[in-house]
Write a protein that binds this ligand. Sequence first.
Ligand code: HDE
Length: 753
Amino acid sequence: EAFARQMAANPLKPAEYDTSPLAVPPRGLPLMPASEIDGASTVSENMESDKVGSGRPLTGYNAQNESLDRVRVDASGQVLTTNQGVAVADNQNSLRASLRGPTLLEDFILREKITHFDHERIPERVVHARGSAAHGFFECYQDLSDLTRASIFSEPGKRTPVFVRFSTVAGERGSADTVRDVRGFAVKFYTDAGNWDLVGNNIPVFFIQDAMKFPDLVHALKPEPHHAMPQASSAHDTFWDFVSLMPESTHMLMWIMSDRAIPRSYRMMQGFGVHTFRLVNAQQESVFCKFHWSPLAGTHSLMWDEAVKIAGADPDYHRRDLWESIEAGIYPEYELSLQIFTEEQAQQWSFDILDPTKLVPEELVPLRPVGRMVLNRNPDNFFAETEQVAFCTAHIVPGIDFTNDPLLQGRIHSYVDTQLTRLGGPNFHEIPINAPVSGVYNNQRDGMHRQAIPRGRVSYEPNSLAGGCPFQAGGAGFTSYPEHLAMADKLRGKPERFADHFTQARLFWQSQSQIEQHHIVSAYRFELSRVQTQAVRERVVSLLANVSMDLAQGVANGLGIRVPRAQQVVKPLEIAPEVSESPALSLFARPGEDSVRGRRVALLVTDGVEAASLHSVLDMLAEEGAAPRVVGARLGVVRADDGSVIHVETTVEAMPSPLWDAVVVPGGEGIQLVLSSYGQMVEFVKDQYRHCKPILVLSDDPVLLEAAGIPVDMPADEPDPALIRLRAERSQEDSVTALAVSVASFREALARH
Ligand code: HDE
């Protein structure tokens, strides 16, 4: 039953789990048939693979999957072989000179197996080591050829395959998902004109203005070199020492200390290209562009206490959420919007659009939605796909170009360079997950791990022996935007407007709701309490004094210090910001769709629970695509009040409170007393309350709530929208109505996060 419930949202699921192995597996089902897409392009929706070994169905069309089929391996029904394809007779025993004698050097089967194992690891990414990824597609809403000749924007309905990797920055490959950190949001578009990588973050600005400072930033952030602590955390002396001496990081720090840095899910965070890019059309006209991804599920975050507890209870929390959502057919979806502006506009503004510590407020340049991205397929193999994927900012396509943002310019170099070590040579573009679907034809040759077999004797251009092929594409190929550059002195330095470090930090602070401001103060207090050097703490507060005295005071209070004099600004500037408040910067600006899809709800049970009311909540949740689970003190079964048997799916120990989005406390004679006799049940409910999660109590009896210290009698004029208690009614009819009202209120609270 539980299985059926979980799978209800995805009709392809049972086949994937081989519960009906004899059924012909459905394959290549598009999310939306081409015929239903307005003005659908010629991209064939029903292209399917005949090489998908065990009949694993394809969920949604993705052309990249076809090229990956070439290398997919399925061992069903096959004998075990060596890497040379020789069948192995015995995989248990090495070859020995007599049963108790030494192992023989000639045992090539053992040696091959061990040697390969010895070399299984590759270096992890120097930053963004911890990540999770998924396949999907991007679908363009409209023809944007007036702005860009990028082929993915050429016609409405056109779909381009994507592979997206989300990540944390500081932690090592095995670190926890819910640490306070910026999240990477890297998208590889396999366009029909080559690969385009939009390697972004979930925060629209960055710590530093120049690539020159990146190694310093990362060295300060990573575990301290003498004792390699702390893991995946910025709460230590070297990080705060560095950033307190780099006033340009103030704006980014505001974001990092906000709830943006502890997202509820990869499905519930925005993505940003960060830098200003250029769009270039076929007439070589160019506009500036900022890229924004907005999640359909809305932007939602965890509470700090919750994030800390999740890190222990399930370090894979975000990875699991992404994986399970896709498996259940709740496909993460994001809308791509552009902020378009001209050189002339940008020149008027109080900030420099080449400065990556600045954003362009949405109130100044509104977002223009241009397409949507749906992630509808999990990778087959973590290493082959998620680990080996190589995103590079240098991967752009005709129609998109760089700007002179000095951080972006440095990145153009770094990403290709880093793969040479990480993936072991210059042929990483041939690793299947990195290979473009549009074909690669050039005269580059050889190198480590070469896969392609170039034919013929010509590996130079121009040539006549191969008929001149491959030949230059001319205007059809990539041409850099011919930006006019005035001759000036070669120098190391920054434009003047880069010197304003506080105006936008203040904008961010002022645009937050009260509760978000409160969380920012708490985060600074936490991080700086971990810092051991008093002078560093004070220096950070002296920076904050340039942003807001309220903020500086709040942080100083937590540190038991007075607010020091505001840190002197290097170059005082008269700044008249275009907007002084930007509601779009609050997490509340994007509540997302009104839906409870994928929300995890714990239904607590013990012997004697009232079956009828529990079932009505369960039915609602299952019907709406949420993930309700029966949670008990131990596995096995409990007997409900009507004599029916309820199977306990998991326990409060195995899946403690922080892992759930909401809880349902059951009704039943004397049940509350029984539940409150379990310490873990009391803690469970207490944490649900502490983390602001909806609590539905199917009983008028407040014993469990009281045991958890939850205020049970809220003033009638100020009800708690997330604490829903079912009142006892006299008549049967009134009870039914009361239950329906409570279940509806619970649904609403759950959908609002
Ligand atoms: Fe990165 N960054 N970065 N970065 N970055 C890497 O590339 C780098 C920056 C971002 O899922 C590395 O393949 C420099 C900004 C993401 O595989 C490396 C500078 C933004 C990912 C690198 C920056 C990012 C990376 C490490 C300053 C947001 C993960 C492994 C000049 C716009 C991609 C790798 C994935 C990864 C360098 C700053 C986003 C070393 C030098 C700003 C999402 O090349």
